[in-house]
Design a protein around this ligand. Structure first.
Ligand SMILES: [Zn+2]
Length: 139
């Protein structure tokens, strides 16, 4: 029983690892394809109703091309624009923190399972491999 349980854990971990690698690979490919949209491009998307909020001040504007062009032309409230930039930055930092926390949890879980498996060196690759793939992912 015990042995089967351990094998089950290992199978699960290997499966998770593979899935994670596939996701990372997909993310890498998507990243290389990604086109960075500058402020001009964002304004264009906004005018074309492809963005809900003004890319500068974050205000929601009715989906009429005329109104939106008008808004952009008069969108120069510096404090509002700065506040929106801060808000975007905070949201980005929050999601980044969440992602890092999730990764740390995964790592701990992996290390704990490794402990349970008896901490044999043959299983160490699971932990190492995951750390290495994380490292290369961030390079
Ligand atoms: Zn605006």
């Amino acid at each position: 029983m015990e042995k089967e349980y351990r094998q089950e854990i290992r199978r699960k971990q290997e499966k998770q690892l593979k899935e994670k690698e596939q996701l990372a690979e997909r993310a890498r490919r998507a990243k290389s394809r990604q086109v960075v949209i500058g402020p001009q491009g964002k304004n264009k998307l906004f005018v074309l109703n492809l963005l809900d909020n003004c890319p500068q001040c974050g205000e929601e504007v009715e989906s009429s091309q005329e109104l939106r062009e008008g808004h952009l032309a008069s969108c120069n409230d510096k404090s509002k624009i700065a506040a929106y930039a801060r808000q975007l930055k905070e949201e980005k930092e929050k999601s980044e923190k969440k992602r890092k926390l999730k990764e740390a949890q995964d790592e701990v879980q992996n290390a704990q399972s490794w402990d349970y498996l008896g901490g044999r060196t043959t299983d160490l690759w699971l932990v190492c491999h995951q750390i290495m793939s994380l490292v290369t992912y961030f390079l």
